[in-house]
Design a protein around this ligand. Structure first.
Ligand code: ADP
Length: 374
């Protein structure tokens, strides 16, 4: 969708901001450009929408060399979101969102309806916020308006330059989660600039790590960048806690689960006791006849007579097979539980323990890949 080939940028003062960069952004993917300040991230973005021109190399959008497209035409196909939203301060929120549709000559009613639809999409009630001025909104809300405005003409491509950088951490979490939602729904091709590796891990399908001088050090999916950094620079940049960060991108896999003894609700307590003793475990997982999770029963609760159903206890938390290891581990720590049952819908699959989380991380440690070839 976006193809940079041998792109270089040397500014008038002789600063080389980007060096021989070859990179593809695939249709519908979110690719994050990360790297320390000054490594050329913004320069790359601005070359894609021709706010600046490369010194060498070519940039294609959908197979078309962008240097052959009129910049104004080009920017209609590319939404651009910048830090601190870049809203027009003297225009109301709705007017800000209508900017591009108005430029495109949409009639007023259609542009207005589109603006309201987008304000809804980014979680701002148009009847409440549409007539306000930007300064009457919080930083996070302004940023949402910035996203709505970039989406207004339904461009296939979005460029985002530190879009969530200027808002507080709580707002940023919310904005990121919401943007993921929007992206899942709209499937835009997104090139996102951030210096925050956690943001990249959270949002990106692939991450391109750059070093100062605009040198591409690695491009790969988040799991690979965190699990198998291509070199010392990438390893340093993603941090010594990259193993922990990988928890956030590794889903629970049934093959990593442990299987403590199980008993049926309808069984009598003596049978449950025998099962627990035979497995030399302090408890058993309780299932119903369909194999669905119902709770657990400890060795002590099986003393006496009756059925398991009389004594079983509920789990405070369960994890779904689609959840990440990070969420699972957080639950284990939060509830001070040695293990967390994992379900697929209602169906019980096994339990996750701190040991099995660790095993899963080791098993999924990827091999190095995505190192650019010279
Ligand atoms: P990043 O977005 O990764 O922080 P930039 O793309 O903004 O990096 O900048 C890359 C390098 O280019 C830096 O060394 C910066 O000082 C330099 N630079 C950026 N814009 C200009 C400019 N207009 N003139 C000269 N040098 C520039």
């Amino acid at each position: 969708m976006i193809r940079l080939h041998g792109v270089e940028k040397t500014y008038g003062d002789g600063t080389t901001a980007v060096r021989s960069l070859t990179l593809d952004v695939r249709r519908g993917e979110l690719l994050a450009l990360v790297g320390p300040s000054g490594c050329g991230k913004s320069t790359i973005l601005r070359m894609v929408n021709r706010l600046i021109e490369p010194t060498h190399g070519s940039i294609e959008l959908d197979g078309e060399d962008v240097t052959h497209v009129d910049p104004v035409q080009l920017r209609r196909r590319i939404g651009y979101v910048i830090q601190a939203s870049g809203l027009f301060p003297h225009e109301r929120v709705r007017q800000n969102v209508m900017t591009v549709p108005s430029l495109l000559g949409w009639d007023k009613q259609r542009a207005r309806a589109r603006a309201d639809e987008l304000l809804e999409l980014v979680g701002l009630d148009p009847s409440q916020y549409g007539n306000r001025y930007p300064h009457e909104l919080s930083g996070g809300q302004q940023q949402r308006v910035g996203v709505a405005r970039a989406l207004a003409a339904d461009p296939p491509v979005l460029l985002m330059d530190e879009p969530f950088g200027a808002v507080d951490p709580i707002q940023r979490d919310r904005l990121q989660a919401q943007f993921r939602h929007i992206q899942a729904e709209l499937g835009k091709t997104v090139l996102l600039v951030t210096h925050d590796i956690d943001e990249a891990v959270r949002l990106a399908d692939r991450i391109a790590v750059l070093s100062v001088g605009g040198v591409l050090e690695q491009v790969a999916d988040p799991t690979t960048v965190l699990g198998a950094p291509a070199n010392d620079f990438v390893a340093d940049f993603v941090g010594s806690d990259r193993g922990l960060r990988r928890l956030a991108v590794t889903p629970i896999d049934p093959q990593d689960l442990e299987h403590p003894p199980t008993v049926r609700q309808s069984e009598d307590l003596a049978t449950a006791r025998a099962v627990i003793d035979a497995a030399a475990q302090p408890f058993a997982v309780v299932l119903d006849d369909a194999g669905n999770l119902r709770g657990w029963v400890g060795r002590r609760e099986t003393e006496g007579t009756g059925t398991v159903a009389d004594r079983q206890r509920r789990f405070e938390e369960t994890a779904d097979v689609g959840d990440t290891l990070r969420r699972a581990l957080a639950e284990i720590v939060q509830h001070d539980a040695g293990w967390l049952p994992v379900v697929d819908g209602d169906r019980y699959l096994g339990v996750l323990t701190p040991t099995s989380v660790y095993t899963a991380l080791r098993r999924t440690a990827p091999q190095r890949e995505g190192t650019p070839v010279a």
